[in-house]
Design a protein around this ligand. Structure first.
Ligand SMILES: [Zn+2]
Length: 305
């Protein structure tokens, strides 16, 4: 049985390659819970969720990593967010039920953007990923080649119950993944590393969706890389957590402006904002709304959650 809601790193002792495996079960179910996604949209979003967790664990950041797809196609928006602690949320918007799984057609040849925001720092990194291929894994391969300059491959799959992924990355020879001993790769020729990199990718290409979904990490790595000395690290949990709050919704209403908020109040007696990620409803009555527009007013005050 595959692990659930975990991410695990592993390294090849002989080569400068590292990898990660991610499996989302209940966390993925929680992300889908309030949405009625057609299977094509659901599975694409699930792959993006697995990919974002893998991406987050290859980057050093303290804050938020966001993967966003925008276009004019049937699935015109997809957003996945992940913290450095692998707390995730995700949403997709679709106009019609698509009859394709090709990412380019699904999104209407849109753009995929990776954003990293570091907490308390002004540096915000953004990379635009060309939709070079029909799948999330092909597009992210391009992303890594162009932005990280590290050859990286991803294998992803998702359905209505789980989302899983495998990542392999080739590091510069001088870099050593944590814990790899000096003797491990002493004297390995560049040619041998090159051949091994080609081989591990070919082997990983044989992984089936069922194997990715069902095998536990140890069995999967044994099945794929039996001839390599692969060391697994302790797995870490991944989970669903929404970052929405009454204060954030209050800020959004302030940005919308008093006039707009008053007109909704006049018509409905209250303003209700439902979080798109978790479906939680935030309600503001006339008193709450007035407090939003008092200078120094408090968005936390009063109201029914
Ligand atoms: Zn929420």
């Amino acid at each position: 049985m595959a692990e659930v809601d975990t991410l695990r790193r592993f390294v090849f002792e002989r080569y400068p390659f590292r990898g990660q495996l991610v499996h989302l079960g209940p966390a993925w179910a929680a992300m889908m819970e309030h949405h009625d996604y057609p299977p094509q949209v659901r599975d694409t979003l699930g792959e993006a969720v697995a990919a974002t967790a893998l991406l987050a664990s290859t980057l050093k950041f303290q804050g938020l990593l966001a993967l966003q797809l925008r276009g004019e196609g049937p699935m015109h928006l997809m957003l996945v967010e992940c913290t450095e602690g692998l707390a995730m949320r995700a949403v997709a918007r679709f106009r019609e039920v698509p009859d394709t799984r090709d990412l380019r057609e699904l999104s209407g040849y849109g753009t995929l953007t990776v954003t990293v925001e570091n907490e308390g720092a002004s540096n915000r990194y953004q990379g635009i990923v060309p939709l070079a291929g029909g799948s999330m894994s092909e597009c992210l391969r391009e992303y890594f080649e162009s932005s990280e300059q590290l050859p990286t491959r991803l294998w992803l799959r998702a359905d209505g119950t789980s989302a899983s992924g495998l990542l392999l990355q080739r590091l510069p020879v001088s870099a050593r993944p944590t814990g790899v001993t000096e003797s491990g790769r002493g004297g390995v020729a560049e040619d041998e590393i090159e051949d091994a990199w080609r081989r591990v990718q070919l082997v990983a290409d044989t992984v089936t969706a069922d194997e990715l979904a069902q095998l536990d990490d140890r069995d999967l790595l044994r099945r794929l890389f039996a001839e390599d000395d692969v060391r697994m690290f302790q797995s870490v949990p991944t989970y669903f957590r929404c970052r929405c709050s009454r204060a954030r919704v209050g800020n959004m209403l302030r940005a919308l402006g008093r006039e707009e908020v008053d007109s909704v109040l006049a018509e409905f007696g209250q303003v209700e904002v439902r979080c798109e990620f978790c479906s939680r409803a935030y309600r503001f009555d006339a008193v709450d709304a007035a407090a939003l527009f008092v200078p120094g007013g408090d968005a936390h005050g009063g109201g029914v959650h």
